[in-house]
Design a protein around this ligand. Structure first.
Ligand code: 5GP
Ligand code: MN
Length: 332
């Protein structure tokens, strides 16, 4: 493999060396990913956790959610026995590493632990990362945080076995949209090749991530599609819908199961921007936005208290659907 296809982005080699030094000398290593973890956040964290544990290191991993629960979709990821409730997390970690977390608030309750960590390594690929660590390994050019997690494991000299590779591959394949997004670089495919080389089963991972759901999903999707609205005149075209707690309760569908619905909505040719508002079990609206490129939805969502990437971002709203949409329209 040529070195230019291998080398990472703008993270200086010296920073990697410092990270390796910190990890190597720490007695206990506390790992954390963002709340409502996706495959990249959880997968990157579990991959590093498993690699460290196999090397005999003391590791804790968590995410700071009041109702600490791994989404059903991600329960196939190996290494979940590493997870601890946020209440059992070291209050003043000697060394803490965060995964896929662009700003400290996204750590939820673990933001307090991060604030007291002696050393805090931030591993992330969000361009919006605020650099809240004592050491920030941030590469916006990386297709996924999993790319940086692989690099860290490699630089620590630790092996990547099949279970570690499953976690890294899940992050890579999700954040590249199954190698469809512009983040699909030659490096991304080369990383996929390295992961497949460990013997993982990409068909099985794809089925877990995208190709299964309870029958109730189809019923709720039907309701959600029934009320989808196209506004070709709003900004560069907007398509949007919402899914309520009542929609889900009617069919006993858990909140996690509606995460993928945005991928149906966003295919609409007539709209650059797709939005779905998802009412969670607490009655808050988790808003997912996607753009084909005309609008930077990360900037729009940041205005509304959220964040994300230019083409995939989100925020939380406590306003009624129409008020949230009015604020969003104004920004488009
Ligand atoms: P999704 O729509 O898949 O939940 O999230 C897409 C992107 O937006 C992810 O990169 C995620 O980190 C970000 N995102 C989603 N919800 C929020 C939020 O409430 N706050 C922030 N800062 N980012 C979010
Ligand atoms: Mn990510």
């Amino acid at each position: 493999m040529t070195s230019d296809l291998r080398d990472g982005g703008p993270v200086p080699g010296g920073d990697w060396d410092r990270a390796v030094g910190l990890v190597s000398s720490a007695g206990e290593i506390a790992l954390a990913c963002h709340i409502s973890p996706d495959a990249d956040a959880l997968g990157s964290m579990l991959a590093v956790g498993m690699a460290l544990r196999a090397a005999g290191r003391r590791v804790t991993a968590s995410f700071g959610e009041r109702r600490f629960r791994v989404p059903r979709l991600l329960r196939f990821l190996p290494g979940q026995d590493l997870l601890a409730e946020p209440g059992d997390y070291p209050p003043t970690p000697e060394l803490m590493i965060t995964f896929d977390v662009p700003l400290i608030d996204r750590l939820g309750t673990l933001a307090a632990n991060a604030g007291k960590a002696r050393e805090l390594i931030v591993l992330d690929h969000h361009a919006s990362n605020t650099g809240f660590g004592t050491l920030n390994l941030v590469d916006p050019g990386a297709a996924a945080t999993a790319v940086l997690a692989e690099e860290l494991i490699r630089r620590l000299g630790l092996p990547i076995d099949r279970d570690v590779a499953i976690c890294l591959y899940a992050g890579l394949v999700t954040d590249t949209g199954s190698f469809r997004h512009s983040s699909t670089t030659p490096q991304a495919h080369l990383m996929a090749a390295r992961m497949l080389d460990t013997g993982l089963n990409p068909e099985q991972i794809a089925r877990e991530l995208w190709d299964r759901s309870p029958f109730a999903y189809l019923r709720v999707l039907g309701a959600v599609l029934d009320r989808v609205t196209l506004e070709p005149e709003t900004g560069p075209g907007l398509v949007w819908t919402f899914v309520t707690r009542a929609d889900r309760a009617g069919y006993g569908l858990p909140y996690d199961e509606v995460e993928g619905m945005i991928d149906v909505i966003r295919r609409t040719d007539e709209a650059d921007v797709a939005v779905i508002l998802k009412e969670d079990d607490d009655g808050a609206w988790q808003v997912s936005t996607r753009s084909k490129g005309a609008v930077n939805v990360a900037r729009v969502c940041a205005e509304l208290g959220g964040g994300g990437h230019a083409k995939a971002a989100g925020f939380t709203s406590h306003l009624p659907v129409e008020e949230t949409m009015a604020r969003l329209r104004a920004l488009l």
